[in-house]
Design a protein around this ligand. Sequence first.
Ligand SMILES: [Zn+2]
Length: 70
Amino acid sequence: MTDFSVINKSSSQSFNSQKRLIKALLAGQTIPCETCKKPLSASMPPKNDQHILGHIRCPKGCTDIELEVE
Ligand SMILES: [Zn+2]
């Protein structure tokens, strides 16, 4: 699996806890948003942008984590 760095726009979570969260999500687990408790979902990147792997977001937008190729 490609390693990735994490850019977090809206949360105070630590980098390591974000990485754990993302790995759990990508492994198929259901992870609730820490703010609204709705399940987070991963979205795939646009095909023309090779620098971004995707986003982790909750339905309300209080969690929005961008994954970048390292
Ligand atoms: Zn939320």
